[in-house]
Ligand binder design. Structure first.
Ligand SMILES: [Zn+2]
Length: 278
């Protein structure tokens, strides 16, 4: 069934586990993600980033993904990941997404808050959940220079949620988007403190490559949604590379992608502690 992640993440927060948020941007990966969640009897969140210039692409995706999510035997949420502006969030709502993220984390606090509040007003009127980001999760290629990563301040996180009305908050505690250059250093004390004083579920971006032990710990100390993209794509690549795609083998190409994706996804449900929580 298609549900807002606000519902499933509240349960995750109460019981101290995490829901994998899997990048699933097309029919192959959406089907693979849902199939895995059903096999694991776990709640699922699917991430869609709008990279196309054509609004119709998001509507087409929404039609496909929401129909498949509705038929699922486990709770499935579909969120616009890193929505760049109000307009794109509205398009996602029209496309039937259960949740939207507006990422204004690179702007000053007040501007971020006000822009999120504007989306919250519309989204909540139609039962759609909203994720915001405070502090800034940078990209892995600049990680060793401490590039554009800014840690989330707990006092600010509390006031931000109150003032903006957002349902969940992506926090910056040392993870990074994409592939890390250098070794990830996670600020566990900060995550613990955020969980203690912020009265809402917390989201971790940049899960790929963060290290199994780090992720395992984070998922049991207050992280309730873990975004995974790169590692899943690596799984797809491996699925293709480990099969014979020559001659008639080429007909298996999409199955190899499907299976490679599922292998990584299955592991993520276990790592997050979401298995059996549907
Ligand atoms: Zn992200």
């Amino acid at each position: 069934m298609l549900v807002s992640m606000v519902e499933t993440m509240a349960k995750a927060r109460e019981n101290m586990y995490c829901i994998p948020a899997l990048s699933a941007a097309n029919e192959i990966t959406v089907k693979a993600a849902i199939e895995t969640a059903e096999e694991k009897n776990a709640p699922l969140i699917m991430l869609y980033m709008h990279t196309s210039k054509n609004p119709q692409d998001m509507l087409d995706y929404g039609y496909m993904a929401t129909n498949l999510a509705r038929r699922a035997t486990v709770p499935v949420s579909i969120i616009l990941d890193h929505g760049p502006n109000f307009e794109t969030c509205m398009l996602a709502i029209r496309a039937g997404f259960s949740d939207v993220m507006l990422d204004k984390s690179s702007l000053p606090y007040e501007q971020n808050r006000d822009e999120v509040a504007a989306v919250v007003k519309v989204a909540h009127a139609v039962g759609v959940g909203v994720e915001a980001e405070l502090g800034h999760v940078g990209t892995g290629d600049k990680y060793d220079q401490e590039g554009d990563t800014v840690f989330t301040r707990p006092d600010e996180a509390v006031s931000f949620l109150q003032e903006s009305g957002a349902d969940t908050l992506a926090v910056s505690v040392g993870t990074s988007h994409g592939v890390y250059k250098g070794t990830p250093k996670i600020n566990f004390e900060l995550l613990e403190e955020l969980h203690k004083i912020v009265p809402a579920p917390l989201v971790i971006h940049g899960g790929s490559g963060t290290g199994e032990d780090n992720l395992y710990r984070m998922c049991r100390m207050g992280a309730n949604k873990l975004n995974i993209a790169n590692e899943l794509m690596q799984g797809c690549v491996k699925g293709v590379e480990t099969n014979d795609c020559t001659g008639f083998g080429a007909y298996g190409f999409f199955n190899y992608i499907h299976n490679g994706y599922k292998e990584v996804a299955a592991h993520m449900f276990d790592l997050c502690g979401a298995t059996g929580q549907a």
